[in-house]
Design a binder for this molecule. Structure first.
Ligand SMILES: Nc1ncnc2c1ncn2[C@@H]1O[C@H](COP(=O)(O)OP(=O)(O)O)[C@@H](O)[C@H]1O
Ligand SMILES: [Mg+2]
Length: 521
């Protein structure tokens, strides 16, 4: 049994936090094995690791969401029991999850007030409002207390989460992949805020799979692989190559050798398309594009700028208002997913668990979804289970899907592994047009590298690809052209070799290419 001190004693500022010998299993998965972590006031610690390495689990333990099977947590040298997030918050630990946990209809102030038990009885909001403004000023966290959350950009929502944690006196802030929803400029702003916080005695644990970020921001880095701590270093002692190696146990290529490809005839052509969002607001406005054979067109943009509605219209999940969508010259405007499939379109959807699989079907059944009636998987009325199972086996091997067998229900796989299965299925179908939305989002370095190579190979073999991604490195590495989407429109189009990430970042925030050029002068 752990000895524990009353939490009240740790209400003072957390100077030093330590996790000792932490282990945690879920059924057969050892998510964390004997992990030691320590962080001091003023430090930024990077927590790096592949998908499924155990990073979120370890931090969920620190935030009181999970309870360790073994090990102890010490604050300023004394063991503490963190039974719930409330305990952790009282101990000075705050966590900002990958997906924000804000109530969309409520204002910033109301969200920060939720579950706040330190507020005075009278005029609680007045007290909180001045605290919010004080924190905003102190750390450069611009937020408007009276705006409803749904009006805020991802960057603003994240600032609200940070203010919320700080207003509860978080000394140690855990951030789970915080930049995945930000433009490069917003990410820079966030880094500035985090540095200011650390200069002031806070500490930050940053979970990331982006090596650049870790190198830029952290003082120290810890690397997890398959639930174990595989490396720990001061940032001066490592470089990106070394970190990648610690993370996946081997070296990876920095760039993919990509042959120049001469694009052929237009496969997908969109003319002057308008589409509304679910809320009936204009999501895609007067948009035109062409994707040709042997070509990868990337769409850059912060999510929520119409990318999803555009993709849904092309794949037959949503009806356009006006304009034309032509697949190999044939119209596609009728919200008919089966027709889109029949014309040779495959799709890796953004909401994969919802649209990409049938959770209760087995892995091998999911490996032929939508194609189970096609040859060679089916002949006349009979399913060819042998062929289907061979196919599933190839996908599992090729895309490194970590599954106990092809006979498990697909809902029992981790998110990353479901994703690899869907990618394998959609890419290997050899489509005329692949629509991939955030294909490597959340995947580890090794899997990401593999998926990108497969997409390029599909293009080399005559496929057309429309790649929607928020990861600019990915767009630069993979695409032949990149269009930047903002508020439903294309701000401009660039050739990756002739353009910098910074220029695209400005367009993502709504600048036209001309304004970007002026900015550069
Ligand atoms: N609540 C849970 N139930 C079952 N398995 C889980 C749960 N949370 C995490 N896991 C498993 O633990 C392992 C580590 O996951 P996670 O901590 O989310 O990794 P990371 O954040 O590094 O991607 C994975 O194999 C994952 O499937
Ligand atoms: Mg995680």
């Amino acid at each position: 049994m752990m000895k524990s001190v009353p939490l009240e004693k740790t209400l003072r500022r957390t100077q030093h936090l330590e996790m000792r010998g932490i282990s945690k299993s879920f059924l057969d998965v050892k998510a964390n094995q004997d992990i030691n972590l320590s962080i001091k006031s003023g430090e930024i610690l990077g927590l790096l690791g592949e998908n499924g390495a155990g990073k979120t689990t370890l931090m969920n333990i620190l935030y009181g969401l999970y309870h360790p099977d073994e090990g102890e947590i010490l604050i300023n040298g004394s063991p503490v029991q963190l039974r719930s997030p409330k305990d952790s918050m009282r101990a000075g630990i705050g966590m900002i999850h990958q997906h924000f946990m804000l109530v969309q209809k409520h204002s910033v102030l109301e969200n920060i007030a939720l579950g706040y038990d330190d507020a005075p009885f009278f005029f609680p909001h007045r007290h909180l409002r001045s605290k919010i403004l004080e924190l905003s000023a102190q750390y450069g966290l611009e937020v408007d207390p009276d705006k409803p959350i749904w009006e805020l950009s991802a960057g603003e929502q994240q600032r609200v989460e940070i203010v919320k944690a700080l207003s509860r006196n978080a000394d140690v802030l855990i951030m789970d992949e915080p930049t995945s929803v930000l433009t490069p400029q917003e990410a820079e702003e966030l880094f500035g805020i985090l540095k200011t916080m650390c200069a002031d005695g806070h500490s930050v644990i940053l979970i990331s799979h982006k090596l650049d970020e870790i190198m830029e921001l952290c003082n120290r880095v810890m690397v997890l692989r398959k639930g174990q701590l595989t490396g720990e270093a001061a940032i001066e002692d490592v470089d990106k190559g070394k970190l990648a190696e610690m993370m996946i146990g081997r070296q990876i290529a920095n760039a993919y050798p990509k042959a120049h490809c001469q694009p052929g005839e237009a496969i997908l052509e969109i003319q002057d398309l308008d589409v509304d969002s679910d809320r009936g607001l204009p999501a895609v406005r007067h948009l035109s594009l062409k994707v040709r054979k042997n070509e990868i067109l990337g769409i850059a943009g912060v999510s929520g700028n119409g990318q999803q509605e555009l993709v849904e219209t092309i794949t037959g999940l949503r009806k356009g208002l006006s304009g034309k969508v032509l697949m190999k010259g044939k119209p596609l405007n009728h919200a008919d997913a089966r027709r889109a499939h029949a014309l040779g379109i495959t799709h890796v959807p953004e909401e994969r668990i919802k649209y990409g699989i049938v959770p209760n079907l087995l892995l091998y059944e999911n490996s032929v979804l939508k194609r189970h009636r096609d040859t060679p998987f089916s002949s006349w009325i009979k399913m060819n289970y042998g062929v289907i199972k061979d196919h599933a086996g190839h996908l599992v091997d090729g895309f490194q899907v970590d599954a106990p067998s092809i006979n498990v229900k697909v809902k029992n796989l981790s998110g990353g592994n479901i994703q690899k299965l869907i990618l394998g299925r959609e890419i290997s179908a050899g489509p005329d047009l692949l629509i991939a939305a955030h294909p490597t989002y959340g995947l580890d370095v090794g899997a990401t590298e593999y998926v990108r190579k497969q997409i390029i190979e599909l293009r080399d073999q005559g496929g057309a690809v429309l790649l929607v991604s928020e990861d600019l490195d990915e767009l630069f590495m993979v695409c032949d052209r990149i269009a930047v989407m903002f508020e439903g429109r294309f701000m401009g189009e660039v050739i990756p070799q002739d353009c910098s990430i910074e220029e695209i970042g400005l367009m993502m925030a709504g600048s036209t290419p001309t304004e970007v050029l002026t900015h550069a002068d």
